[in-house]
Design a protein around this ligand. Structure first.
Ligand SMILES: [Zn+2]
Length: 621
């Protein structure tokens, strides 16, 4: 599908495209929101753990924009559509004609519903496929408790359509209600108003009154316990995990208050966290009112809770002000990574915030040394590509780096006020990069002239690499480490001489990232003996250690590495290990053996990424 740049044309004509207008076609959706828009969804689903199927109906409320349009086009992926009904002007429901287009491997099938009378509502009776890309079904054996099955959704980027027929584009926002029927001993939770005291009676009702884009629709069902951790926050998790999770995340109210001080009130009432089984493919997912999180961030010392700061930050950047299409995902992730850094700085100190950024920035620079120029763009062309390809670390790290650059140029007080104004101005809207640039020009560049030019802004947005004047924080701990690492690699000090007994997680991350890809066997053994890295419970350190073990042929770590790869499904902690193994014939054989065992426990997104990594050795995610 071809893009047309209505915003550019509009600004040439001297006016700014309004954000409520669908200014740019989303190449990852068949929907035609310039003709008719979904404004509300009412979901009625029951779950079958036997069949791995959700079935029921979705009722959509419609706002007709084009008075001559007579068709509603929805996105679906592997849905079985049983019946479609439409409500006429008099409120009477009638059968509606519909057709499902041939499926596209990336986008799924367009569902075309004929609505000659432009009725206000349409109801689709349907069921999901057992292979739905947006759902993961876990057998009891794949949960911590081993007693009950579990199912959860992951809708971003475009997998919402695999469990609900929708206008599955982030440019369309709607409110929703839901009725979910479950087996009696389980609990259902959604990205909506969860009730911690709800009985496990198999009958759950939800409402999300604020308008959200489709990728924030979320559901999980399982043996889920609850612990309150703040005046407006609770942790939901399996009973085996909930106590540790509640302890790890008990700074949540401090984080919320910090962010409110910077960027205005939290607008979603509750902020709860659902900790999923370890197969969850991401660190976290910012489902509104209920962040979904991986248990791999529970390190026992709060050293990895910046993931929670990140998901909380999305309550402003992403959920409140949303990218209108996936090529603009840096508006979600770059802003969120920047805000995450500010939360970590306020709650855990500047050292940790700086070090986390340095770890990410160094990783990006390493990647850019070999990445193609087109892969280094903040606003990539995703036409004809998988929408999930947008989720590299470019929008996260380069995006937040750009905002740090602006903060440095204009000063923190000015930039904070600008950002707060930006969140207010575009609240509950979906916008493009051009809309951000227009706002930036008017409210920052032109207001404080002579500090940053449009050419400099465009270099960040539309050129490969990182501009030469990009700011980097200094870390005295990392500087000291650089010296120690060099001496260790050169054999001038031994592993004990590193004095790493009390290193923080970020120091280990930096140390392991900066080492050469291959150490000699004696060095690996000495490090392992001194610091017991093989089998560490800190998943971020474990991942880096196993990556180094593969590069160094340190096979003593392989049994623990195998355990890590079988237990965890978070993509960034396992996919690069497959990619690293696949570089040699022997390693590839081992990778394939581990994958055959791990595959049934992996989420479909992790499976897809691992299969790519086995095809393209060295692939990072
Ligand atoms: Zn994010």
């Amino acid at each position: 599908m071809k893009l047309f740049f209505a915003t550019v044309a509009a600004s040439l004509l001297g006016f700014t495209a309004m954000s409520s207008v669908h200014a740019e076609t989303d190449p990852h959706s068949y929907a035609q929101p310039d003709k008719v828009r979904v404004t509300a969804l009412d979901l009625d689903l029951s779950v079958s753990f036997e069949k791995h199927v959700l079935s029921g109906s979705a009722t959509l409320s419609l706002d007709w924009i084009d008075k001559s349009a007579h068709e509603l086009v929805l996105d679906t992926s592997a849905l079985k559509i049983d019946k479609v009904e439409a409500e006429d002007q008099a409120g009477k429901w009638n059968a509606a004609k519909f057709a499902l287009d041939k499926a596209d491997p990336l986008l799924g099938s367009a569902l075309r519903i004929a609505l000659p009378a432009q009725g206000g509502k349409v109801r689709i009776a349907y069921s999901t496929s057992p292979d739905a890309a947006g759902l993961q079904w876990l057998d009891p054996s794949q949960t911590a408790g081993k007693q009950h099955p579990f199912v959860y959704s992951q809708s971003e980027s475009i997998a919402g359509r695999s469990w609900i027929p929708l206008q599955d584009t982030p440019s369309v926002r709607f409110s929703y209600t839901a009725h979910i029927t479950t087996p009696k001993d389980l609990r259902a939770v959604m990205s909506a108003n969860n009730d911690a005291k709800h009985a496990r009676d198999g009958d759950f009702r939800f409402a999300m009154p604020q308008k959200i884009p489709s990728y924030l629709l979320a559901l999980a069902i399982g043996d889920i316990a609850v612990r309150e951790i703040g005046p407006r926050s609770a942790v939901y998790a399996e009973p085996e995990t909930v106590v540790a999770a509640a302890k790890e995340f008990d700074d949540i109210e401090k984080m919320i208050v910090t962010t409110e001080k910077l960027y205005g009130p939290y607008r979603w009432e509750r902020y709860d966290i659902l900790v999923l089984p370890p197969s969850f493919p991401f660190g976290g997912m910012e489902n509104p009112r209920l962040t979904f999180a991986t248990p791999t961030i529970i390190a026992g010392d709060k050293s990895l809770v910046s993931v929670i700061a990140h998901e909380l930050a999305h309550s402003w950047s992403g959920n409140l002000v949303t990218n209108a299409a996936w090529k603009h995902v840096w508006l979600n992730e770059g802003f969120t990574t920047y805000v995450q850094g500010r939360i970590v700085e306020a709650v855990y100190g500047k050292q940790q915030a700086d070090e986390e950024f340095l770890v990410a920035a160094n990783e990006l620079r390493k990647e850019f040394a070999t990445a193609k120029p087109a892969e280094q763009l903040l606003v990539p062309d995703l036409t004809g590509k998988d929408a999930d390809d947008s989720l590299s670390d470019v929008p996260y790290t380069k995006g937040s780096w750009f905002l740090q650059y602006l903060e440095g140029k204009f000063g923190r007080a000015t930039f904070d006020a600008f950002l707060r104004g930006y969140f207010d101005h575009f609240a509950f809207q979906s916008i493009t990069t051009d809309q951000f640039v227009d706002y930036l020009k008017t409210n920052l560049l032109d207001k404080y002239p002579g500090k940053v030019s449009m050419d400099e802004v465009n270099a960040w947005l539309h050129q490969s690499g990182i501009p030469a004047d990009a700011p980097l924080p200094a870390s005295s701990a990392f500087a000291a480490q650089d010296k120690l690492r060099e001496q260790f690699v050169a054999g001038k000090i031994d592993a004990k001489g590193l004095g790493a007994k009390n290193w923080r997680t970020q120091e280990w991350q930096y140390f392991l990232d900066q080492l050469p890809a291959k150490l000699n066997l004696a060095q690996m053994q000495a490090l392992d003996e001194a610091y017991h890295l093989t089998g560490t419970h800190n998943a971020e350190i474990a991942f880096r250690w196993y990556r180094l073990a593969i590069g160094s042929d340190y096979e003593a770590a392989y049994p623990a590495m195998r355990e890590h790869m079988l237990r965890i499904g978070r993509r960034i902690l396992v996919v690069p290990l497959y990619g690293e193994l696949a570089k040699t014939a022997q390693g590839k054989a081992l990778a394939e053996k581990i994958y055959a065992e791990a595959k049934p426990g992996y989420h479909p997104m992790t499976r897809a990424a691992v299969e790519k990594a086995l095809q393209e050795p060295g692939r990072l995610r």
